[in-house]
Design a protein around this ligand. Structure first.
Ligand SMILES: [Zn+2]
Length: 431
């Protein structure tokens, strides 16, 4: 794959240190090609160049990686999950430790999910009403209530740069009546969040609204119209990748994303495969998150532009090549497939770290390549060059459960509540 142009996702962003900071929430559009676009969103902890992939650190760590590893991978922003952090170690404890940035020693932006999706996935869900939801945690069965106010308070305590409001995310196969109910409820909660926001969030914390409506385009458009007029700094598409057929998800993205307000960042929650990212970028999406690179790494799956390697296979036992000969990540610069396989066999924690570094780097490199192509006016050419490769290797083929995994932000969206609850309980291993 050496003929394929690749960017160094770290060098790509290095010049940002020289930029004159702008007010948090400022979003500059820098380039476009069709619906695809590239921009820069400013936060209290610096800029995010888009399109941008955001690794998931459910509990305040992208599992096994420290901030130096993340920076070396080209991570600009990471995710934390309010449901998990709110219970373990608890938002007041994080606040007492100086906030999530200080606790993790991560000085770049952080986006936090509201935690609503995890709560809606829990088997022990007790009661949903118009003002919030009562639930039992998967940690210890203790009972709590989540409201538009409580999720903002949690995120204020964590010190997130980008806070997500509480929305009602129904399963992908929910009936139309429930879909409509979820949209109406989410709109009411969006208004409530904006009323509460000045009293709860710091002035430099951004707040994003979330558009629901499943794959029903009319409902999506209606909800988008209801939220687009509200003063959120960005809008997200929620309720995708929750068990609906993949072509329907892509069709929804292609229809709805270009209609989202152009002057604000667009975020699609919980996707996706390298192919999903290409489809989302082509549709004009700016931000994405998924636990896929980190979770797949731990399962022995390494992403490359020649397809996914299963490092557990015995054919790698004597293979001196790096995981991906064209990759410049820390793992590939120093280590062979044979060594990675050996570490995996020995259950050595170093395997998880190196494999996660490689996969996160791959995702940043892939999105960075598209971002650079947009900025250099070569998006048509570069995306066409990669399209066959990415389609061949990542559109179809195995979509193991871990490709829609639990725990990252909106990542655990499964159609079946019981399945999702099982995954929610597994989210400690996510990220
Ligand atoms: Zn690598």
């Amino acid at each position: 794959m050496s003929e394929i142009p690749r960017v160094d996702p770290c060098a790509d962003l290095a010049c940002n240190a020289q930029l004159q900071p702008r007010a948090p929430g400022s979003f500059e559009l820098l380039a476009s090609h069709g619906d695809a676009r590239s921009g820069r969103l400013w936060t209290a902890h610096g800029p995010i160049d888009t399109p941008c992939f955001m690794p998931v650190g459910t509990y305040g760590a992208v599992k096994g990686l420290d901030p130096d590893d993340l920076r070396a991978c080209g991570s600009q922003i990471i995710l934390g999950n309010s449901y998990h952090l709110g219970h373990r170690p608890g938002a007041p404890r994080v606040a007492a430790l100086g906030g999530l940035h200080r606790m993790m020693a991560w000085d770049r932006p952080i986006l936090t999910d509201s935690g609503g999706f995890q709560v809606f996935s829990l088997r022990g869900l007790q009661r949903l009403d118009d003002t919030g939801v009562d639930y039992q945690t998967h940690f210890d069965g203790s009972r709590h209530r989540m409201t538009p106010e409580s999720v903002l308070r949690t995120q204020a305590a964590l010190g997130s740069d980008i806070c997500m409001i509480l929305d009602h995310c129904p399963p992908g196969d929910a009936d139309p009546a429930l879909m409509r109910q979820a949209v109406d409820r989410s709109t009411r909660w969006a208004h409530r969040a904006l009323e509460l926001r000045p009293a709860i969030l710091a002035a430099d914390q951004l707040c994003f609204g979330i558009v629901q409506g499943g794959t029903d385009l009319r409902l999506r458009r209606q909800h988008l119209a209801e939220l687009a007029g509200l003063p959120f700094e960005g809008l997200a598409l929620g309720g995708l990748s929750v068990g609906e057929p993949i072509p329907e998800m892509h069709a929804t993205l292609a229809e709805i994303a270009p209609e989202m307000p152009a002057e604000r960042p667009r975020y699609v929650m919980g996707i996706g495969t390298p192919y999903d990212l290409l489809a989302a970028v082509r549709s004009g999406v700016d931000m994405f998150d998924c636990v896929m690179p980190s979770r797949h790494a731990r399962n022995g799956q390494l992403f490359t532009f020649a397809g996914r390697l299963n490092i557990r296979q015995s054919r790698f036992r004597d293979d001196p090549e790096p995981a991906d000969p064209g990759c410049a990540c820390r793992a590939c610069r120093s280590h062979s497939r044979a060594y990675l396989r050996h570490l995996h066999e020995q259950n050595d924690p170093l395997y998880g770290r190196l494999a996660t570094i490689h996969n996160i780097y791959f995702f940043h490199q892939w999105v960075g390549t598209l971002r650079t192509a947009l900025r250099e006016g070569r998006f048509g050419e570069v995306s066409a060059l990669y399209s066959d490769i990415i389609t061949e290797h990542y559109l179809r083929g195995p979509q193991p459960s871990s490709s829609r995994p639990a725990g990252g932000s909106e990542a655990s969206r499964e159609p079946d509540a019981a399945k999702a609850a099982a995954k929610a309980s597994d989210t400690g291993a996510a990220s």
